[in-house]
Design a protein around this ligand. Structure first.
Ligand code: PEP
Length: 253
């Protein structure tokens, strides 16, 4: 089995203006973030240029929270992948459940965004996850299967999948380590169907109320390779504690 180095990504959502971005990044840069782990922060668009400047030469990666599928055009309010690349950004989150439920993102548009982002050179964090209603109706795996369809077309070397059960996002209710592992193992099998042995190296993150106290247990599961962190990524102490707890948790050689 391939050793998968854990990845902890912070989704700052619509928080942190430029001044707050400076404070948070400077705080993180002053922390010992552990060795065997990758860390990424995803501030709002307006903070990205400043974040890019602060993070130059650091081991913390930088991501955006969305991008469009065209590189220019009449798309009011959208940001092109090439515009992110121009700022030195390496990552982009695509298909987050808040984009899906509040802004009408579909599996089709999420897949288009992801494809264009990769073609521009960005690595994609592709989010999937079921609602509570879907879980209770025992539709979790069929929903994940549908949401994953667009992934087949992507480049596995620039892809991370994030399993984010919607009922666990921002609710304080975390999936159990077994629930997370079950979903991640299912996603790994889908990825194997798309990319055969390359799926083994692909990281699958858990997202949904991950905190310093539950990170090691979750990331210690065989198919959980890190986390996508919302609320807890806005605090230097809790985000850096999650990063440290995840270091060396990866399963494999
Ligand atoms: C998220 O929004 O991706 C997320 C996982 O949020 P939280 O950690 O706050 O549940």
């Amino acid at each position: 089995m391939t050793h998968r180095r854990p990845l902890i990504a912070g989704n700052w959502k619509m928080h942190q203006n430029v001044a707050a971005t400076s404070a948070l990044i400077e705080g993180l840069l002053a922390e010992d973030l552990g060795g065997e782990v990758d860390a990424v922060v995803c501030p709002p668009f307006t903070s990205l240029p400043h974040a890019a400047m602060l993070l130059t030469g650091s081991k913390i990666g930088l991501g955006a929270q969305n991008c469009h599928w065209e590189n220019s055009g009449a798309f009011t309010g959208e940001i092109a992948p090439a515009m992110l690349v121009e700022l030195g950004i390496q990552w982009v989150i695509v298909g987050h459940s808040e984009r899906r439920t509040i802004f009408g993102e579909s599996d089709i548009t999420a897949a288009r965004r992801a494809k264009a982002a990769q073609e521009a050179g960005l690595a994609v964090i592709y989010c999937v996850g079921e609602t509570l209603e879907q879980r209770q109706a025992e539709k979790t795996f069929s929903i994940l299967e549908t949401q994953m369809a667009g992934v087949a077309d992507l480049d596995p070397t620039k892809l991370v999948v994030a399993y984010e059960p919607v009922w666990a996002i921002g609710t304080g209710q975390t999936a159990t380590a077994d629930q997370a592992q079950e979903a991640h193992a299912f996603l790994r099998r889908r990825l194997e169907g798309f990319f055969s042995s390359d799926a083994d190296a692909l990281r699958i993150l858990y997202g949904g109320s991950m905190k310093p106290g539950n990170a090691a247990e979750l990331v210690g599961m065989p198919d959980v390779d890190g986390g996508l962190i919302g609320g807890a990524s806005l605090d230097v102490g809790s985000f850096s504690a999650i990063i440290r707890a995840s270091a060396d948790c990866a399963v494999g050689d």
